[in-house]
Design a protein around this ligand. Structure first.
Ligand code: GDP
Ligand code: MG
Length: 596
């Protein structure tokens, strides 16, 4: 295809502003999906995406569009909407020349829209502003057109008004894509270079890799090379999605399509990497390559210990399709065998856990999520701590924690509550801008650890659901942090150790000690529960002794009842965990970890 008739674009939108619905309408108007085959959210194929209405994996669709007798080839690249997947978002944007900035005409701009808009501007994309859902009675297109115009520096009249639902305005939008988004430019004669912006595992076809060709050409059966690793593969199939896969002879400058090489693991075909040809390799990788590293770690344990192998297998399967997921086995006195799993963020954690529970039928308990700390021990060695158990023994000289730039957008009436919340989470205000008379953007620097623990829920409840949040990591910063241990009769209970700010250590210790006191049954001897920082005890509770003899409950003769009780007691014992000499039902640990 001649690059001059190609238009590559993505849609930037806050969740629920109608991206999938608009994409459906475009598929229909361009004729690639017939009305009778149309099902809502055509491109959101993973079941979890349908359930949650979010897009995890991007997809690229080729659509023809005719204007003034010329047929154009559109490639629409669907970007993941959530901050956890920001590296994938940035790669998807890098594959485009333009972006539709889609804003719900009844809601206005939200934090994720803004974050992705800034990213798109950094990539020099042509922005086409669009107000969606103008069919809604509550739509206020005049008001929000002004907000958008002010933000991107255009006239309010330049903001298109459409309804993805009724199709109103969508044809004009397609025409505008031709007129305003630049055609791709690249060197057709140069060695082939294609950037990977998505990579998904398909049970039947193995890994399907989505690429945007920048220079040269990739052809069927060609030997290709991954530039970050040097790994080589043969192209078994190359093609375009429209939106069903269609094999082609090759892909040239500016084209967007998929490659299949028969590999079975997405980590061999990583987002951000550059594909070149083995015979005539390019010299330079496109735009640099980043390995997205996990930001949040949590222990995942099966409730039923015999499910451990199932959990391992399930994690391995998920990893085939999720290069950012990593895990290693972990053993806990309280919870048994499980895995320490690294995630890009909280949503990534939630999605993974939900998939493990629904798709693999596992009952899981997860330990409190944990960010990555850099701990300098007295001997000068720096420990990377993703689990409180890795905290070095003895004195430490410095603890550094990840810091993020957080952006909150709210109606102006909620400025007070938002500031209060951010301040209570150790935030420092960086700035505040009015987007319009009623809506403000508030910027804070905050420790990631403070956002990881129910910050978003708090934010929502203090702003009646109006606030939107986005954050981006900006490095590590020293803080007054300590490790709090929970001890049962002097023995540490691993799953309950936590790294907290010194100011919250006492509250954490008191909370966990009193919670465990409620949940752990009395033993034949007194059991102290303590919270400690190093050797210093900061909180203490006592479980009083009891003579535990269930048989004394049955007076006299009924032997079969006694036997039943004995058996029951034995069964219960199986699920008991020993911490030192203290016997604790696993349920107590689980309950203590789950209630919040
Ligand atoms: P996404 O999260 O951006 O992909 O948003 P969806 O396309 O899933 O849409 C979110 C909700 O808004 C769904 O309930 C849609 O039916 C609804 N919606 C999307 N576009 C329109 C529109 O133009 N008009 C109206 N009234 N509702 C819409
Ligand atoms: Mg969607």
């Amino acid at each position: 295809t001649d690059p001059s008739v190609i238009r590559n674009f993505c849609i930037i939108a806050h969740i629920d502003h109608g991206k999938s619905t608009l994409a459906d309408r475009m598929l229909q108007l361009t004729g690639v999906v017939q009305a009778r085959n149309m099902k809502a959210q055509y491109l959101d194929r993973m079941p979890i995406e349908r359930d949650r209405g979010i897009t995890i994996k991007s997809q690229a669709v080729r659509m023809p569009w005719e204007l003034d007798g010329q047929t154009y080839a559109f490639h629409m690249i669907d970007t993941p909407g959530h901050v956890d997947f920001s590296y994938e978002v940035s790669r998807s944007l890098a594959a485009c020349e333009g972006a539709l900035l889609l804003v719900d005409a009844a809601q206005g701009i939200e934090a994720q829209t803004l974050a992705n808009l800034y990213l798109a501007m950094e990539h020099d994309l042509k922005i086409i502003p669009v107000l969606n859902k103008i069919d809604l009675p509550s739509a206020q297109p005049e008001k929000y057109a002004e907000e958008i115009a002010y933000l991107i520096g255009c006239e309010p009249e330049d903001v298109l008004r459409v309804s993805g639902k009724t199709g109103d305005g969508v044809e004009e939008l397609l025409d505008k894509i031709v007129a305003e988004i630049p055609a791709p430019e690249g060197d057709a004669e140069a060695p082939a270079r294609a950037m990977i912006f998505d990579s998904v595992y398909d049970t039947y076809r193995g890994v399907v890799t989505f690429v945007r060709v920048v220079d040269g050409k990739l052809g069927h059966r060609e030997k290709i090379k991954m530039m970050s690793t040097g790994a080589t593969h043969e192209l078994l199939e190359i093609g375009v999605s429209s939106p069903e896969p269609e094999a082609t002879k090759g892909l040239g400058v500016g084209e967007v399509g998929y490659l299949i090489t028969g590999v079975k693991d997405v980590r061999l075909s990583k987002v951000g990497d550059t594909v070149t040809s083995q015979n005539r390799p390019a010299a330079e990788i496109i735009g640099g390559y980043d390995d997205p590293s996990p930001m949040v770690f949590s222990g995942l344990f099966p409730l039923d210990g015999s499910d451990f192998p199932v959990l391992r297998e399930a994690l391995e399967k998920l990893q085939l399709n999720d290069a950012a997921l990593n895990f290693e086995p972990e053993t806990s006195t309280a919870l048994g065998f499980g895995f320490r799993v690294g995630f890009l963020g909280l949503l990534h954690l939630e999605i993974t856990r939900e998939r493990l529970e629904t798709e693999y039928n596992l009952d899981l308990i997860s330990t409190a999520p944990n960010v990555v700390y850099e701990v300098t021990a007295e001997d000068g060695e720096i420990h990377r701590v993703t689990n409180p158990s890795e905290f070095p023994e003895g004195k430490v000289t410095e603890i550094r924690e990840p810091i993020v730039d957080a952006t909150v957008i709210v109606p102006a009436e909620f400025i007070g509550p938002v500031m209060e919340l951010c301040q209570s989470r150790r935030g420092t205000m960086e700035g505040m801008d009015y987007l319009s008379a009623e809506r403000v953007e508030i910027r804070y620097k905050m420790p990631l650890a403070e956002i990881v623990f129910d910050f978003f829920d708090q934010l929502k409840s203090r702003t009646k659901g109006y606030a939107s949040l986005n954050w981006q990591g900006t490095g590590q910063q020293a803080a007054d942090l300590v490790k709090v241990d929970i001890l049962l009769q002097g023995d540490q209970v691993d799953a309950f150790s936590a790294i907290t700010h010194r100011d919250s250590a006492y509250a954490y210790g008191v909370k966990m000690a009193s919670r465990l006191k409620e949940l752990i049954p009395r033993q034949q001897f007194e059991v102290p529960i303590q919270a400690a920082i190093g050797s210093r005890i900061i909180a203490r509770e006592n479980i009083r002794a009891i003579r535990k003899d269930v048989l004394s409950k049955c007076y006299g003769g009924d032997i079969s009842r006694k036997r039943k009780l004995l058996e029951k007691q034995k069964e219960g014992k199986k699920r008991m965990k020993m911490v030192g000499t203290v016997e604790v039902p696993q349920e107590a640990f689980i309950a203590a970890l789950s209630s919040d």
